[in-house]
Design a protein around this ligand. Structure first.
Ligand code: UDP
Ligand code: MG
Length: 309
């Protein structure tokens, strides 16, 4: 019998976990595979770990592994730890809030086994229950990253996806520290089937993503997958130099024809501020890449496991 690993990163999921696991267990019992559950407690500040232990004790007949991080390392680290820990022929990533509906599992498995896909990914067709401003920026982000980088990321793609062993192993083999999974999934390639489903709101607790966290995440994604912003600075540099050259010619001719009364304070200020702005922006972009490089060369582990249950 084939084996399926279900990876669930959990951060402060106390209100959702019991309900989540009951629904999941129900669905899993319909599958014709043996299943291992891998829960990652990502430094939760509530009773998440305690509840996970309860779930394990109450279901001794099931294979449940709990990895307990020493602090909160973020979902990406949780995903990586789960992937490394997994032993299944198929591996699926899932959120603990039932936003990734477990009833899709059987269809995902079918696609993997019968249609021979290496990966079955999900994307939501709408962004119901999300602030419109957030949806707007999310859409823009996907348009932007798809335009300027080599990878193509489906708008609305979730991390909820099932993968074959080879694909998981290839993902683990990427050793970068800044992990932008949505990009990595696309980057490693393989045959991916996209399944759509309607957005569901989380059953309990609240989202861990504030607007600014999402902005940071978007910048991470862009910096991790393309160096286009660096080239944009070069482009700006060219354009500005070009304009400056013509302006210089203009100023010289004007001075020759009409003399040079001391004037032009507004135009000078505008130019200085404009150039200063572009320079700071470019240095900022450069700094962003440098900072990432700095973190990468430190070769720190993505997470630290405190204990396992
Ligand atoms: N999560 C995590 N570490 C974090 C933040 C979130 O492991 O630092 C987990 C969280 O417990 C959940 C999943 O990642 O299982 C998705 O989080 P959330 O539901 O807050 O994100 P959203 O669905 O709103 O994108
Ligand atoms: Mg969620």
């Amino acid at each position: 019998m084939k084996r399926l690993s279900i990876i669930v990163p959990c951060y402060n999921e106390e209100p959702a976990l019991h309900l989540f696991f009951n629904v999941l267990k129900q669905e899993v019992s319909k599958l014709s595979v043996s299943v291992e559950y891998i829960f990652i407690n990502d430094g939760s500040k509530d009773k998440t770990l305690q509840i996970l232990k309860e779930i394990k004790v109450n279901n001794l007949e099931l294979q449940i592994h709990i990895i307990n991080f020493s602090r909160n390392f973020g979902k990406e680290s949780g995903i990586l730890a789960g992937l490394k820990e997994s032993t299944g022929d198929f591996v699926v990533l899932m959120d603990a809030d039932l936003q990734d509906p477990p009833y899709l599992l059987s269809e995902m498995l079918r696609q993997m086994e019968e249609e021979d896909y290496d990966s079955v990914a999900t994307y939501r067709v709408d962004r119901k229950g999300e602030p419109p401003i957030r949806s707007f920026f999310a859409r823009k982000f996907y348009q932007l990253i798809n335009k300027i980088s080599d990878v193509t990321i489906m708008d609305g793609a979730r991390d909820y996806r099932m993968m074959s062993r080879v694909m998981v192993d290839s993902i683990i083999s990427l050793s970068e520290y800044h992990r932008f999974s949505k990009g990595i999934f696309a980057w490693v390639g393989f045959n991916t089937k996209y399944m759509e489903f309607e957005n569901v709101e989380r059953i309990a607790g609240e989202t861990k993503w504030s607007f600014w966290k999402l902005v940071r995440y978007a910048i991470e994604g862009i910096v991790a997958f393309t160096t286009a912003p660096l080239r944009i600075s070069i482009f700006f540099g060219f354009v500005v130099s070009f304009m400056a050259f013509f302006y210089m010619v203009f100023v010289v001719i004007k001075a020759l024809l009409y003399g040079d009364p001391v004037a032009g304070y507004p135009s000078m200020m505008t130019i200085i501020l404009f150039l200063g702005g572009i320079q700071l922006l470019s240095i900022g972009v450069l700094g962003e890449y440098l900072a990432k490089t700095y973190m990468e060369v430190k070769h720190r582990p993505n997470y630290i496991i405190k204990d396992r249950y």
